[in-house]
Design a protein around this ligand. Structure first.
Ligand code: PGA
Length: 252
């Protein structure tokens, strides 16, 4: 059975003290919950990963990186390799976030390379994609999402899909306060599951967790997460506060 996941993407927020405090609070609060089929993941900025791993070491809370470089190692000033992440004990990396695509020029081809490097290093990938507002308005959103998934992931063999989590994040809903309706999310998630089934098989499609991201907050999470093909959320703003984040974890 596929897992439900609440993943907090802290982006470029929280200094070291704030990161440790937030991680600590989340780890404490998660302890009291009967999390049968739910994974809780937090993704602080690179420089705080080590301390956050330490703060959550006795907890079920998992720590992820927000990005990584595609090369094994070498002369790439300012970059972080997969092996640097795994050497900290990390098992998960977020790739393809729309902010990486938009502000840092990450293309589908580059992301396919990053996915390969992550998997070669035994990192699970939370792979993000989603359409911009013009695509949604012109009815092009299904084609855009399909091409992002196809170009980033469909070169993989079926047996690699156990290490892939999909995150549908319509760009127009990220940090804007505007959310896709539960029906819009379900419609897209069902479409995504279908194209995965068509490319691979029904089992791969049934097993992959598909997260929704874009202004998920305590007031709307329950309704969105209750949709059949929505297996949780990738959370930005609401992940920066322990109470809000925990409310999301409890929304299942
Ligand atoms: P948001 O961000 O929840 O602040 O909209 C979501 C994301 O970028 O993953």
């Amino acid at each position: 059975m596929r897992k439900q996941i609440v993943a907090g993407n802290w982006k470029m927020n929280k200094n070291i003290q704030e990161s440790v405090q937030l991680a600590d609070e989340i780890a404490k609060k998660v302890k009291d919950l009967p999390l049968k089929n739910t994974r809780v993941i937090i993704a602080p900025t690179f420089v705080n990963l080590s301390e956050v791993v330490n703060a959550t070491k006795d907890s079920v809370v998992e720590v992820a990186a927000q990005n990584m470089h595609q090369a094994k190692n070498g002369a790439f000033t300012g970059e972080i390799s997969a092996e640097m992440l795994t050497s900290l004990g990390l098992e998960v990396v977020i790739l393809g976030h729309s902010e990486r695509r938009e502000y840092f020029g990450e293309t589908d081809a580059l992301l396919a390379e990053k996915v390969n490097t992550a998997l070669e290093n035994n990192l699970e990938v939370i792979f993000c994609f989603g359409e911009v507002l013009e695509d949604r308005k012109s009815g092009n959103h299904f084609a855009v999402v399909e091409s992002q998934i196809k170009n980033g992931l469909f070169h993989l063999q079926a047996n690699k899909w156990g290490s892939i989590v999909l995150a549908y994040e319509p760009v127009w809903a990220i940090g804007t306060g505007e959310t896709a309706s539960p029906e819009q999310a379900q419609e897209m998630h069902a479409f995504i599951r279908k194209i995965v089934a068509d490319k691979y098989n029904a089992q791969v499609a049934a097993d992959v967790s598909i997260l929704y991201g874009g202004s998920v907050k305590p007031s709307n999470a329950k309704e969105i997460f209750s949709k059949e093909d929505v297996d949780g959320g990738l959370i930005g703003g609401a992940a920066l506060n322990a109470d809000d984040f925990m409310a999301l974890v409890k929304s299942f």
